[in-house]
Design a protein around this ligand. Structure first.
Ligand code: SAH
Ligand code: SF4
Ligand code: F3S
Length: 470
């Protein structure tokens, strides 16, 4: 593995675009309709952002998009490897695609994303899912046109999962599904090697985009009328450490905040070990930055945190939360929890519960530990049964549901500013919207409001959402 970030040159992107042209000609020569692509995405926002690039490349190949895999010339499944469940689901889906291939032998089926970067998965697909034509990991994303061209021109299956350090590619085409919200990756990869986590193994080392490239992308989005821009990275707080001219994430936020216009900046994810007073002060000061923080704690036990290789303690985490809330009284705070890490005792799981009661998060994403082959935690003794972990899990989820409902109830009667982001399909509350802090508000109002900021009066609430009237 090379230890230097590769910055992909424009000439290389141009070369990839020429492969798109070749594929377009091939598809048009072999069919009487506009070629269609079907894409399906699993996993985190990073994967969603990657899929938007894949769709950008597919569009360059002349493809329209369909919701029906049976009508597609090209199928792309972008996968997630974070937990075993996620992988099982994907194997189910690609197993089903064999029927598509039987019916339409010319359809090319591609598997990409974090699962595809793992050698064991590639092997399994090679041997047992012979209808899959192309497998490539996130590191090879920018070479998708070239790899697909190989499938077409050499009529063979292609597997590209070399363990590369990772690259940075600018100027790739992108299809954004909404005209209101956009994802902007500011960095790729992760260096943290939390002992349970597969991400560093499949997404390579941390590498930051140049601030100028990020700023010009955000500026263009604001000029195009986007209202909500989410900056993405596995750990945005270590942004910039690898740049020639070092700058940190708080500096980047301050610079983006200077861009004029009516828009909000969100970001995820923040690793607590690197989030500190400078970041919270910057968030508090910058008008465009949403007062919203996703700060995954994973566990409330310092002993478990050490075993997880998280590099902070319960106390130092709580200290940071206290500071963040003191400078941003309206802060909306969310977190991730892992229940049943190998060796965790009931008392330690209940320390997580007491941390939740102390912090009072707005919402929580709670997961039962899932061993990921190749990570240190997968080797650790794990004596507690799944059933017992499930009991702890439910206690934590119940407590959080109660807290979320209580926090939501405090909003009833208040007026909040929201961005209307879409239609909900619900007759009673036809619009969905988000507060600046990112809380979901179901709304009564006209569809013409989509994409606009409005003030709404909150009239009701439940565990998951608020209900309001314009
Ligand atoms: N980069 C982010 C998280 C990415 S993964 C961060 O550092 O917080 C999203 C969440 O999945 C993690 O926060 C963790 O709670 C959960 N997760 C990751 N690996 C897991 C595993 N092996 N088992 C269960 N949950 C896991
Ligand atoms: Fe995984 Fe930890 Fe990196 Fe997050 S910071 S992606 S949990 S290794
Ligand atoms: Fe899944 Fe990869 Fe994201 S493993 S959570 S899609 S970084």
């Amino acid at each position: 593995m090379s230890d230097k970030t590769q910055r992909i040159r424009q000439s290389e992107i141009d070369r990839q675009m020429r492969f798109c042209d070749e594929i377009r000609e091939h598809l048009l020569a072999h069919s009487d309709h506009q070629p269609l692509a079907y894409t399906q995405t699993y996993g985190c926002q990073q994967n969603v952002a990657d899929s938007q690039r894949i769709m950008g490349m597919l569009r360059e190949m002349g493809c329209g998009f369909t919701q029906d895999p049976y009508g597609a010339d090209i199928i792309v499944v972008n996968t997630c490897a974070i937990r075993e469940n996620a992988e099982k689901k994907v194997f189910g889906v690609i197993g089903q695609l064999v029927h598509v291939k039987e019916k339409n032998p010319d359809t090319v089926i591609c598997l990409c994303g974090c699962m595809a970067q793992q050698e064991v998965v590639a092997k399994k697909v090679k041997n047992s899912y012979r209808h899959v034509d192309l497998v490539f990991g996130p590191q090879a994303l920018w070479r998708f046109p070239e790899l697909l061209y190989e499938v077409y021109s050499q009529r063979r299956r292609v597997f590209s999962i070399q363990d590369e350090h990772g690259s940075i590619t600018e100027g790739m085409p992108v299809v954004r599904e909404s005209g209101v919200k956009a994802w902007v990756s500011i960095m790729y990869g992760c260096n943290n090697f939390c002992s349970y986590c597969i991400v560093p193994y499949v997404r390579g080392r941390e590498r930051s985009r140049e601030p100028e490239d990020i700023l010009s992308e955000v500026r263009a989005l604001v000029e195009d009328g986007f209202k909500e821009i989410t900056l993405l990275g596995q750990n945005v707080n270590s942004y910039g450490k690898d740049l020639d001219r070092p700058m940190d994430f708080a500096d980047l936020l301050s610079e983006i905040d200077q861009i004029p216009g009516e828009y909000l900046i969100r970001f995820m994810t923040s690793h607590p070990k690197d989030a500190g007073e400078k970041l919270f002060d910057t968030m508090a000061r910058c008008g465009h930055v949403a007062k919203q923080l996703h700060l995954p704690v994973q566990s409330g036990s310092s002993r478990v945190l050490k075993a997880m290789n998280r590099k902070y303690t319960r106390e130092s985490y709580l200290e940071k939360v206290r500071y963040a809330k003191s400078v941003m009284p309206d802060l909306v705070l969310t977190s991730d929890i892992i229940v049943g890490f190998p060796g965790e005792t009931e008392a330690e799981a209940m320390e997580t519960l007491s941390l939740i009661e102390e912090v009072r998060y707005d919402a929580l994403f709670t997961f039962i530990f899932s061993p990921r082959p190749g990570t240190p935690a997968a080797q650790m003794a794990d004596p507690v049964s799944r059933a017992e972990k499930q009991v702890w899990f439910e206690r934590i989820v119940d407590a959080q549901n109660r807290i979320s409902a209580e926090l939501h109830r405090e909003y009833v009667g208040r007026t909040v500013r929201v961005l209307v982001d879409g239609e909900s399909g619900d007759m009673a509350w036809p619009l969905s919207s988000r507060t600046h802090g990112g809380r979901l508000v179901h709304l009564k109002g006209d569809a013409a409001l989509v994409g606009r900021y409005v003030d709404v009066r909150v009239v009701d609430s439940n565990t998951w959402a608020l209900f309001g009237e314009v």
